[in-house]
Design a protein around this ligand. Sequence first.
Ligand code: NDP
Length: 310
Amino acid sequence: MEHVKCLIIGSGPAGYTAAIYASRANLYPVLFEGPQAGGQLTTTTEVENFPGYPDGVEPFQMMDDMRRQAERFGTDIRSGIVTKVDFSCSPKHVWVEETQELTADTVIIATGASAKYLGLPSEREYKGRGVSACATCDGFFYRKKTVAVVGGGDTACEEALYLSGLCRKVYLIVRKPYLRASEIMQKRVRETENIEILFEHNTLCLTGEGKVQGADLVFRKGEADEKTVHIDIDGFFLAIGHHPNSDIFKAFLQTDEQGYIITEPGTPRTNIPGVFAAGDVADPHYRQAITAAASGCKAAIEAEKYIKTL
Ligand code: NDP
């Protein structure tokens, strides 16, 4: 059975940054890319807020740069999905697609989180052409335009407020007759002139020629006064929550009620010595490429320290 000093799961900014640091520390890391090589970032249009790219950068280019940087120092990057782990003993056991088993002194989990989508066929059709799950990433492309945000929680309110500073008008589509967000966020949204809250509305489909140009909604579905409403929009932002990709680790690692891996505050250390979590899988708050990269760096430094104790 193959044994590695440092096994990294995931190929977003956290995984590649961990790989760069672990390679330079002679941990000879093996990195499994997972189902989406390059991670969540590759679903956005352009990255303009990652330091070092003054003119912005295409997400695929940025992730390819990170990958090449990791390879340059010797990271063994493999395609494959880790499907099972056993952290009950040392070294840790990891299975790739159920068939290949490896052991590892340290494991860095950088599997990220996936934005939840409504599941509409038209949502898939317009992904990257008006449909986004990240206002901070893509809001800039909708300056002076009209957009809609779906959701009634803190994320939706935050996204709507952010977009209201850029866009001409923001619709907030809320399925219930009230917002779930904290009072302060609700107040801010209500006091913002160019945000219109559409309570008790659900999205039926998106419309447009090659890109999002509108949405058909249903008001009070199933009630006597049910009616269909059309809104003209240029962008459709999902803010109905994220799902951290932590399911296969839950039998061994502490997670919060949403499934985010709990780490010691300020560190990537999990409750299992030698297992570290970096990036969005352990971060319900910031969810930025730069914060993920920073935590990947910390995870590799911690892995190096841990190996010295073996
Ligand atoms: P939440 O789970 O709090 O809210 C999700 C929202 O999406 C709810 O309004 C929910 O509606 C709605 N929703 C879910 N599924 C659908 C669907 N299929 N169709 C339409 N609407 C749907 O997620 P958030 O990401 O907003 O927040 C996650 C956590 O992070 C929360 O604890 C939040 O407080 C916290 N957070 C804190 C922030 C801050 O403090 N600044 C910023 C962002 C998040 P319904 O209410 O009907 O269930």
